[in-house]
Structures are given as structure tokens and as C-alpha cells.
Design a protein around this ligand. Structure first.
Ligand SMILES: *Cc1c(COP(=O)(O)O)cnc(C)c1O
Length: 228
């Protein structure tokens, strides 16, 4: 299977999952995860129709963006260190991984410096594992309310990453919880906050995520093969 074949197959599976859930396939966007993938590999994905590329490290993304330009949208999906926020606001259309007020404030400050309104998602740790990234479920509403006061960031929704499992059904309760949280925050009508986006689902579980309401699925391995 070539990258082009894999890409088409993932797009077809996205459309089929959306149909099963009585959703418009266009309401789900694919973030093609290109971490560790070569420039040639990424070019193949772009030629196949990839519109959004996801990277999890700022430095790696910077090198690729310098070579590929903005032929696609670039999303930061991995953890962001506060001291890299300055570069992140220059490079990314959407940052999926805001999980502390300190990070939100730094992104806001750096975005203000370059006159940008930076779109972000709040990353939530549903499982509450201490070592994992993401704000705890119980603290998420409070973080959204406080981050919403920052003028140069715009909250567009939520992101989560369930604990790893071979069984996609194991992810379903986490996706349901994120969707519930998104509805709770939506009902708060916090000025400037949108809950339009739900970033959830990876190669192993994106179809379940779509059934549970994902609007952004982040898929790498199913397109490029196992990372080395
Ligand atoms: C690597 C990564 C993905 C993609 O994972 P695959 O299993 O390769 O599809 C999605 N989200 C995040 C945050 C990642 O770091």
C-alpha cells in the first residue's frame, strides 16, 4: 500500500463512520500526523489531498514548514513548553494542547506581539493520569473561563488522548466524556469561547471517535505506516 492508497482508505473510513453516525462527512476533518515523516512522504500525502498537517514538536515542524511552506494548514498536536510558545504562534494555525493557564497566557502574550489571534484547543486528561498532559476534567471549566479572558487567543474546542489500548471500544467512554464536557462548557456561554471542535481519535480509534462526535481526527500510522 502506498501513502496515497492509505490516505484514500482513511478518508473513506472517515466518511463511512460519519454516515453510520448520521453525520455529514464534511463535519470531520483529518489532521494528517506527519511527525518523523520525511519531506517526500509529506509531499505524497499533500498530493493525495491532505489539507491539515499535525506535528508534535515545534522544531521539527519549523524545518518542515520552511521547506513545504503553507501549502497546508499546520496544527500543533503535542505538548507545548512555555518557552516554545513564541515559535508556536508563528508556525501553527491551531494549537491542540493548551492545558495550563500559564501556557495560555504565554501564547496570548506572544500572539499579541505579532498581532495574531491564535486559535487553540484545551487539552483535557479524562483518565486523570498524573504523568499525562491535559488539564484534569474537574479543572477544565475553570481553565476555559480564565483563558477566555485573554485577548489574543481564541478557544475553539477541546482535545483529548485516551490511554493507549489495542481495543478501540476502550476509548469510547473517554470520547463520550469529552463530548459531555464540551456540552457543559457550551451551556456556560462564555464570551468568545466556541466548543465547535472536538479533537479526538487516532489511527486505532478514529472511527469510534467520529461516532462520538469528533470534528478533528489525528491520524499518522494508518497513513504512513509504523514510525521508526
Ligand atoms: C502521534 C500522535 C497522533 C497520531 O497517532 P497514530 O496512532 O500514529 O495515528 C495523534 N495525536 C497525537 C497527540 C500524537 O502525538
Amino acid at each position: 500500500m502506498t501513502i496515497a492508497d492509505n490516505f484514500t482508505s482513511v478518508m473513506n473510513r472517515i466518511a463511512a463512520a460519519a454516515k453510520r453516525a448520521n453525520r455529514d462527512p464534511l463535519s470531520v476533518r483529518l489532521v494528517t500526523v506527519t511527525k518523523t515523516v520525511s519531506i517526500e512522504g509529506i509531499r505524497e500525502a499533500l498530493a493525495s489531498g491532505a489539507e491539515i498537517l499535525g506535528e508534535n514538536r515545534v522544531q521539527e515542524a519549523k524545518e518542515k514548514i520552511e521547506q513545504l511552506g503553507s501549502s497546508a494548514g499546520w496544527h500543533l498536536i503535542g505538548h507545548l513548553q512555555t518557552n516554545k510558545a513564541k515559535y508556536a504562534v508563528k508556525l501553527f494555525d491551531l494549537i491542540h494542547s493548551v492545558d495550563t493557564l500559564e501556557l495560555a497566557a504565554e501564547i496570548d502574550k506572544q500572539a499579541a506581539k505579532i498581532g495574531k489571534l491564535q486559535d487553540v484547543l484545551i487539552e483535557v486528561s479524562i483518565a486523570g493520569e498524573a504523568a499525562k498532559a491535559g488539564v484534569a476534567l474537574d479543572d477544565a471549566v475553570n481553565l476555559v473561563k480564565r483563558a477566555a479572558l485573554l485577548k489574543n487567543i481564541r478557544i475553539k474546542g477541546l482535545m483529548t488522548m485516551p490511554p493507549y489500548s489495542d481495543d478501540p471500544e476502550k476509548s469510547r467512554p473517554y470520547f463520550k466524556k469529552l463530548k459531555e464536557l464540551s456540552a457543559i462548557i457550551d451551556r456556560e456561554n462564555i464570551p468568545g469561547v466556541s466548543m465547535a471542535e472536538l479533537s479526538m481519535g487516532m489511527s486505532g480509534d478514529f472511527e469510534v471517535a467520529i461516532e462520538e462526535g469528533a470534528t478533528l481526527v489525528r491520524v499518522g500510522t494508518a497513513i504512513f505506516g509504523e514510525r521508526v
